[in-house]
Design a protein around this ligand. Structure first.
Ligand code: BDR
Ligand code: CA
Length: 304
């Protein structure tokens, strides 16, 4: 299996991405590293530990990372993910604790031991940026860094989900995203322009429920809470953002990518955290299209 670290802020869709990774023999999950993001670090870390215990995989270590972004103040999204971060679902409490290493150090150490390491980042990328600052060549030495972040809908009136112009992960730590984009890493970028193609619908939730396995039921319960919260807001698009990154690692042929140069705005104000496509040497493989039905079917098959 391909060695992978999941760096995340669970988060309903992060949790679904993690469940998909845990049920996919193609991937060897070495560790879960956590960050501030949808909820505070303390909660994302607890959620990761509880999700692993729920899946019978407490052997996979969790390393807690950045409590705050590099420069800005933290922003959270409990209005989308619920107060605890899992769409109102409460998992059985666990006594397990995160490992002693900071996530950034765990990334460096695991990269030393696994030369073909892939990092799948589905939250603000503060941990990757910290690891880069500690060891500048680190991201470029990874096999691939798959990131959910940004939004590249050129010309669309509404680009963002947290502001009209910015996507949440990019907005939550734009400086870190810039460090990663400029690190020379082989970044594959899944922005809202891609992830909004893979929707969470009531029909899909009913289908998942009908599968009756613990993982599919948990996934459906969390996403029902998430969709209820989203539908209360004006956005109305429930998307499987983070699971797209894991689906891509399992079945890359379900996505179309193109080389692109992406810049992230680190200035404060109306355009904070906005990602922009520029001319110049490519710094990412930008995901532009998903075979939506097949991505959903993959998730349902694996969790079922
Ligand atoms: C991203 O922001 C978070 O709320 C989700 O977990 C996803 O990673 C979507 O913009
Ligand atoms: Ca996330």
């Amino acid at each position: 299996p391909r060695p992978v670290i999941h760096d995340c802020d669970p988060g309903v869709d992060d949790a679904v991405a993690l469940l998909l990774a845990l049920h996919s023999p193609e991937l060897g999950l070495l560790a879960v590293t956590t960050t501030h993001g949808n909820v505070a670090l303390h909660d994302t870390t607890r959620n990761a530990l509880e999700l692993l215990a729920f899946s019978g995989r407490s052997d996979i270590p969790v390393y807690a990372g950045a409590e705050t972004p590099l420069v800005r103040q933290p922003v959270y999204a409990p209005e989308i993910h619920g107060r605890g971060g899992l769409g109102g679902v409460t998992l059985p409490e666990v006594s397990a604790e995160p490992g002693a290493l900071h996530a950034a150090l765990a990334l460096l150490e695991l990269a030393d031991r696994h030369p073909e390491l892939t990092v799948c980042a589905t939250g603000p990328v503060t941990n990757l940026a910290l690891a880069e600052r500690l060891r500048p060549g680190f991201p470029a030495g990874l096999r691939e860094v798959v990131v959910m972040g940004g939004s590249l809908e050129v010309g669309a009136p509404k680009l963002g989900n947290v502001t009209p112009h910015a996507e949440f992960n990019a907005y939550a730590d734009p400086h870190a995203l810039r460090v990663v984009l400029e690190s020379g890493a082989k970044v594959t970028l899944f922005g809202l322009n891609l992830t909004r193609q893979v929707r969470v619908t009531r029909e899909r939730l009913a289908h998942l429920h009908a599968l009756r396995t613990p993982a599919a039921t948990l996934c459906a319960d969390m996403m029902t809470g998430y969709l209820d919260l989203i539908e209360k807001r004006d956005q109305k698009i429930g998307a499987l953002h983070d699971p797209c990154t894991v689906a891509y690692l399992i079945r890359p042929e379900l996505f179309r990518l193109e080389a692109a140069r992406v810049h992230v705005n680190i200035d404060e104000g109306e355009y904070a955290g906005m990602t922009i496509r520029e001319d110049g040497p490519p710094n990412v493989q930008l995901a532009t299209w998903a075979d939506e039905d097949s991505v959903y079917r993959l998730l349902a098959e694996r969790l079922g």
